[in-house]
Design a binder for this molecule. Structure first.
Ligand SMILES: [Zn+2]
Length: 249
């Protein structure tokens, strides 16, 4: 028998605060948009150190539950936000970076989700706001002076807006997280593309065709065009990032 046997296991202090905040969210005591008390008050209320409070806030910030604010005073507490893709994106991105999650598998999962949302979205009424948003993004991508980074950001948002038409918040969040997880890879590939003017012209045409199919409620066509679009771009990205081999005579 060890000396600790029978003793109450010590809860790590920041874990205790995390569990309490989770319980308060579940019960509705804390809601999205609420501001938590400042660091000092939380430390006093929970009887834990300010360092532990900061640790808990950092964890929740990384998970997209809180947005911590800087400074002190009455408005210094973290705000409860709802940004579920933040935590998923950064976790996925790190696992993509370590090569545990291959980019090709992320792309395949995107195709799976986007073809499903295209079909599901076509049969659903409503979603006018998402369609309007997709339309605005589509036209913003037509700006002839747009740079690669801005185009990529809009491209990702365009796909998320279209996915939202299916009305499934979990799938829309997963979509956003998946594109967030390979943002570095895609950006690197775009920067390496020597034929960017041709690539962007093709992407624009593909996006317009996809949007037209979605607007016409043709889910099958939209799904097929989305799959072709994603596979085509992935192929271009692979070619652009492939190690160059020196051609010998
Ligand atoms: Zn696209």
């Amino acid at each position: 028998m060890t000396a600790e046997a029978g003793a109450t296991p010590r809860r790590r202090t920041h874990d205790a605060l995390l569990k309490d905040i989770e319980a308060d969210l579940r019960s509705g005591k804390i809601k999205v948009g609420d501001r938590l008390p400042g660091e000092r008050t939380l430390a006093e209320n929970y009887g834990i150190s300010r360092a532990s409070v900061r640790e808990a806030i950092r964890v929740l910030d990384a998970m997209g539950i809180l947005r911590s604010s800087v400074g002190s005073g009455p408005t210094s507490g973290a705000i409860v936000v709802s940004d579920p893709s933040v935590g998923l994106s950064s976790a996925l991105r790190l696992h993509v970076a370590s090569s545990t999650l291959p980019v090709a598998d992320i792309v395949e999962t995107r195709i799976l989700l986007e073809t499903w949302t295209a079909r599901a979205g076509a049969n659903r009424t409503g979603g006018d706001e998402d369609l309007e948003q997709a339309s605005q993004i589509l036209h913003a991508m037509d700006d002839p002076d747009i740079d690669r980074a801005a185009f990529h950001e809009l491209d990702a948002r365009f796909h998320v807006a279209l996915s939202s038409l299916a009305g499934n918040a979990v799938v829309a969040t997963m979509m956003e997280s998946l594109s967030g997880s390979i943002v570095g890879y895609v950006k690197g590939a775009m920067d390496a593309m020597e034929t960017w003017p041709d690539v962007i012209a093709t992407l624009r045409t593909q996006h317009h065709h996809i949007f037209d199919a979605v607007q016409a409620h043709d889910g099958e066509l939209a799904a097929r065009l989305l799959q072709e679009h994603i596979e085509w771009f992935h192929q271009k990205a692979q070619e652009a990032t492939a190690p160059r081999t020196t051609l010998r005579p």
